[in-house]
Design a protein around this ligand. Sequence first.
Ligand code: ADQ
Length: 470
Amino acid sequence: MSRLVVISNRVAPIREGKVAAGGLAVGIHDALRQNGGIWFGWSGEVNNLPEVKSEQVGNINYVTLSLNKQDYDQYYRGFSNATLWPIFHYRIDLARYSREEYYGYRRVNAMLVEKLKPLLRPDDIIWVHDYHLIPFAEACRAQGIRNRIGFFLHIPFPAPEILTAIPPHNELLKTLCYYDLIGFQTETDRLAFQDYITREVRGVIERDGSLTAYGQNFRAGVYPIGVVPDEIRHLSEAYRARRLTVGRNRAGDLRKTIISVDRLDYSKGLVERFNAYQEFLDRFPEHRRNVEFIQIAPTSRSDVKTYQAIRQQLESEAGHINGRYADLDWTPVHYLNKSHERRVLMGLFHNAEVGFVTPLRDGMNLVAKEYVAAQDPENPGVLVLSRFAGAASELSAALIVNPYDCIGMAEALDRALRMPLAERKDRWETMMQSIRRFDLDAWRDNFLRDLHAFSSRPRASVKAGSAFAS
Ligand code: ADQ
């Protein structure tokens, strides 16, 4: 049986042999445990000692390395998070491009391949994750690695008009085509990619559905990432009897809760969401004092400039709403800027009447699925979901909103809070069917099945010693 070798920008932290609980980490961990393998990537440390550390836990070998400051600035902070992330989330206005950073990105990909190469066996299957590692397969081929290599993009794939804002888009997409299988979250993403390949570079769709471009033949498929519904149900039920934060109104009734949980990121539509909540309090005064909004959003990528700005903006918005509406016994917004344990989050989801998930763009958004999976089947809450989250293509029984429509979102909150039990149950059951069908196991198994099935044929080799080899 082939071993699995997973490459991701960060390797999930190892603590006493357990990976940190989180959707993606759990999925990858399970896949590795089945046949044994390697999880390879950056340790998260920045120093001048780029030594490779290896730790064997059961049949999984966790291999990590640190980055030096220049690599970190160019590959991680620069091209990955200041060019690719904003552009792939349709925010050309927030993107910057530097040729040095792009070269650094390519150089680090080549360096990672160099460090991985001695650990590989000829029949290993390699599964690479996300936008930091688009050129990884091309670097593998350049260094003579012939294994089957698949790639999964966790974030959206932009429309070609947006993608071409990246000056070396053609070169970058050429490197992507060295993968045997490229996985996307939604059909929209796959079609945007196919559009680029067929229109921009005159690639061809073959009769077997594979694509040929830049002299490479490869497959592109849709593999929506999912959650583990039973695990979420189990965690959330532990909190069934507890109301963690919410108080009572003057009549003594428990206040209803609207919950949002995100990484603090401009793609998540937090400012627009706060504005919509304020609009909701303005337009529907009958909900004042009877509802509380909990926004959990720990800082992420705090050393990237645009992330500092959004944090300040949100603090000011939350202060503004509370300043305007709060009373001695009512705080309309609880804005919590720190991380919470997974079981606490699932408990909060379970107890919240509304899940308010309104990104401006999102590859999938697992929070939407987690919120639904954490509900009590006898008394489920309502999911208010942005049409621009990948999850919206599966969860059409949510109240779908446009996050740029402030009044529309305020009206959806009102509707969610008033929704009769029968309608809530109907919508929840429809969503749960899809969540069970496209769970985390299905995501992983379908991707790996297709990667195995797509036999590796002899490939044209890339000239070694290219400009980006480290
Ligand atoms: P993220 O942008 O991080 O992931 P998301 O899918 O919502 O977005 O969250 C991933 C996980 O992190 C979830 O399990 C969630 O519970 C957890 N999480 C989020 N915010 C948290 C918080 N404040 N505290 C604690 N845990 C939190 C990227 C893409 C997404 C895609 C995922 C998986 O941007 O579109 O769904 O990868 O492919």
